[in-house]
Design a binder for this molecule. Structure first.
Ligand code: PRP
Ligand code: URA
Length: 212
């Protein structure tokens, strides 16, 4: 793990980079893409949760007492539909009791604006919640900022964003509005093309996971 810029973590673990290479490959059949994306999601979620809070809790082993910890955070997973579901599945395996709030956002491919079509958040959330916005692609950053805003409006201040690939433009957009949001990603790519796609990126993540 290296910190490439403030509040950005690029997961440089060889396994993560191997999986990212597999999912970038335009020749990967959809089954392989999904499998590798699922595996990569586990590593990214694991890395994004590196600084979770714990409290000391002893545990009795068959041989005696050992020091241990229990996790204490109120964890919220917020997959951005559709592609964020792959990250959510991996996060859910690690945190079966996490609250999950799905965020439906669709990018208008002409204006590149994020259009909201679903968001079912509770009326209030504990201020100490730790929210993980899950979306493999951080392109213009419109979808990410829209998702983050929903939780910021609820008074939550600890918000993480987990992505497979981020563009420099997207990171800048998110941090211009929410500088405290920690972004964990598999790569920071070169740029966006005229259609708002990340180059070299991996194409349309939702389509590659679920079909056009
Ligand atoms: C993709 C992706 C992000 C968004 C990123 O979703 O999963 O949510 O685009 O682009 P942005 O940073 O420019 O907002 P899309 O809108 O294609 O929806 P889908 O996952 O349902 O295909
Ligand atoms: N959405 C994607 O799925 N891929 C991109 O490169 C940009 C937005």
């Amino acid at each position: 793990m290296i910190a490439a810029m403030t509040n950005v973590q690029v997961c440089t673990h060889p396994l993560t980079q191997h999986l990212l290479t597999r999912i970038r490959d335009y020749q990967s059949p959809s089954g392989d893409f999904r499998r590798h994306a699922g595996q990569m999601s586990r590593f990214l979620v694991y890395e994004a949760m590196r600084d979770l809070s714990t409290r000391a809790a002893g545990v009795e082993t068959p041989m005696g007492l050992a020091a241990g910890v229990v996790l204490t955070d109120y964890i919220v997973l917020a997959p951005v539909l559709r592609a964020g579901l792959v990250l959510c599945e991996a996060a859910q395996e690690l945190f079966p009791n996490a609250r999950i709030y799905h965020i439906g956002l669709r990018r208008d491919e002409t204006t590149l604006q994020a259009i909201s079509y679903y968001a079912r958040l509770p009326e209030s959330l504990p201020a100490e919640s730790r929210v993980f916005i899950l979306d493999p692609m951080l392109a213009t950053g419109g979808s990410a900022t829209a998702a983050i805003s929903l939780f910021a409006e609820h008074g939550v201040s600890t918000i993480h964003l987990v992505s497979f690939v981020a563009s420099p433009e997207g990171i800048k957009h998110v941090h211009s509005q929410f500088p405290e949001v920690m972004i964990t990603t598999g790569a920071i790519d070169d740029c966006l093309n005229d259609n708002g796609y990340i180059v070299p990126g991996l194409g349309d993540a939702g389509d590659r996971l679920f079909g056009t």
